[in-house]
Design a protein around this ligand. Structure first.
Ligand code: DGL
Length: 276
């Protein structure tokens, strides 16, 4: 940030998906300053190892801290699944224990209680998020007697990033993964969309979701959760500045980020390129 007195809320994603979350942050908390960092030079993170996702995410968090953020939201399920805990427990105490880094998995899981009657829940996410088992682990911490079935959807992120939303190709892959999930456990009555890209596929997903099954996208949930967090933690919210600014940074071409980012943010995006 050029203004050294600005303390924007940092929002990080491997690339573009976090823009769906940022959109809701800005809608619910328009008075706050936000800075978005998309590591589009190295995305997608979905198939990468723990070590790599942790190393990349930590670099991004440090960059957002250097830009003045005291609070950073990891608006990416893959990074939340594979890097958040280590950053919170091992890295942050040595960097600045007064700063906060939060993820998207816990707030999403917290909403499950009233949504499912059968207590059979489905999770759709990237291969990395699914193999980390982060969702089943968080669900078991908060609820007992739940049956959790996961389905990795490695094609869904590329479909969104290539603007194939709503095409026959997108319908084929959305339907295929939903059918596989429901075949694995026909008692599922709630499906978490555990990837920040998936709100863009919501219409197609709803088209192929069996009646009586609730679909839970994250954008709104995570924004509600941040609003609640800021009201419960004045010691953090007082350290976030409020001039209503939103700035975008990418690790790759700004022109490409702006073109694709506009699809995710549903408003014009003007980014600057940075090096981590
Ligand atoms: N947006 C990321 C997530 O929520 C998926 C994109 C990626 O694989 O980098 O998991």
């Amino acid at each position: 940030m050029k203004d050294k007195h600005a303390h924007p809320i940092g929002v990080f994603d491997s690339g573009y998906g976090g823009l769906t979350i940022l959109k809701e942050f800005v809608r619910k908390l328009p008075e706050y300053d936000f800075v978005y960092l998309g590591d589009s030079a190295r995305n997608p993170y979905g198939g990468r190892s723990y070590e790599t996702v942790h190393a990349y995410t930590l670099e991004a968090v440090k960059k957002l801290f250097a830009m003045g953020s005291h609070l950073v939201i990891i608006a990416c399920n893959t990074a939340s699944a594979k890097a958040l805990r280590t950053i919170q427990q091992k890295d942050l105490p040595g960097i600045d224990p007064a700063r906060r880094v939060l993820g998207v998995i816990r707030p999403t899981v917290e909403t499950l209680g009233p949504v499912t009657k059968t207590k059979h829940v489905g999770i759709m996410g990237t291969t990395g998020t699914v193999s980390s088992e982060s969702y089943p682990i968080e669900i078991r911490k908060l609820f007992s007697g739940f049956t959790v079935t996961q389905e990795a959807c490695p094609m869904w992120v590329p479909l969104v990033e290539n603007n194939e939303i709503g095409t026959p190709g997108a319908e084929y892959f959305v339907r295929r993964h939903l059918e596989r999930l429901m075949a694995a456990d026909p008692e599922i009555d709630a499906i978490i969309l555990g990837c920040t890209h998936y709100p863009l596929l919501l219409d197609v997903i709803l088209k192929f979701t069996p009646p009586g099954v609730s679909v839970i996208p994250q954008d709104n949930i995570v924004a509600e959760s941040l609003t609640d967090y800021l009201s419960r933690h004045p010691e953090i919210s007082d350290r976030c500045t409020r001039s209503g600014t939103v700035r975008f940074f990418t690790t790759d071409s700004a022109k490409h980020f702006d073109e694709l980012g506009t699809i995710f943010f549903r408003d014009p995006v003007r980014s600057e390129k940075i090096v981590l």
